[in-house]
Design a protein around this ligand. Structure first.
Ligand SMILES: *[C@@H]1O[C@H](CO)[C@@H](O)[C@H](O)[C@H]1NC(C)=O
Ligand SMILES: *[C@@H]1O[C@H](CO)[C@@H](O)[C@H](O)[C@H]1NC(C)=O
Length: 184
């Protein structure tokens, strides 16, 4: 008697499970990491203000490291940095990166970024907002593209960062491989 009652019930759950399984895999397929709806590479140039390079500097530390560990923990840098299509610092910028990073790890160099890429040219007008932890010692790091406006209306995706050059405390250049998975 019990088994007669259970059977239709189990059948119902089986159908539910199967349909959920299929809807989940369908969602995964449409967000295949290998198939972004838009992809482009830009280079980020950061020249930290040293006290007498006002014309050249593009960023400044607004708080100092607090001495907890040897990896700058506590230092906050605000930037308005040029983004170029190739690696050259003096190439005409196609966007600006405006935001901040701060060092937040005691044991290794790890910065946390939050910034807006601002496009204002005949090619693109709009913004992309990017944030996440930048584990500097890793060869590549993935940050989240959390939203966009204008030409990038409601965009979401991944920005893969790679350090191309690091000149002590003065200058560094990052490659940003921006892959969007939601485009409207
Ligand atoms: C965008 O560019 C136009 C033309 O150069 C300029 O007038 C405008 O102020 C710029 N807007 C921003 C937000 O920089
Ligand atoms: C500006 O800074 C960059 C990076 O440190 C350096 O290569 C360049 O020579 C500087 N330019 C001037 C005019 O000081």
């Amino acid at each position: 008697m019990t088994s007669l009652v259970l059977k239709p019930c189990c059948f119902f759950f089986l159908i539910l499970f199967v349909s959920q399984h299929y809807s989940v895999s369908a969602t995964k397929k449409s967000l295949d990491p290998r198939n972004p709806c838009k992809r482009f590479v830009l280079y980020y140039h950061d020249i930290l203000f040293g006290g007498n390079d006002v014309a050249n500097a593009t960023s400044a530390a607004t708080t100092n490291a607090i001495g907890l560990g040897n990896s700058y923990l506590g230092m906050l840098v605000i930037f308005d940095d040029p983004m170029t299509k190739d690696q050259h610092l003096l190439s005409p910028p196609v966007a600006r990166a405006q935001g901040f990073y701060f060092y937040h790890m005691k044991t290794t160099y790890n910065a946390w970024f939050a910034y807006t890429l601002i496009f204002n040219s005949s090619d693109h007008k709009g913004t992309l907002n990017i944030m996440g932890a930048d584990m500097i010692m890793e060869k590549t790091r993935d940050l989240s593209v959390v939203g966009g406006t204008g030409d990038f209306f409601m965009a979401r995706g991944i920005a893969t960062l790679e350090t191309m050059t690091l000149e002590g405390f003065k200058y560094f250049r990052l490659k940003m491989d921006i892959k969007l998975y939601e485009c409207y």
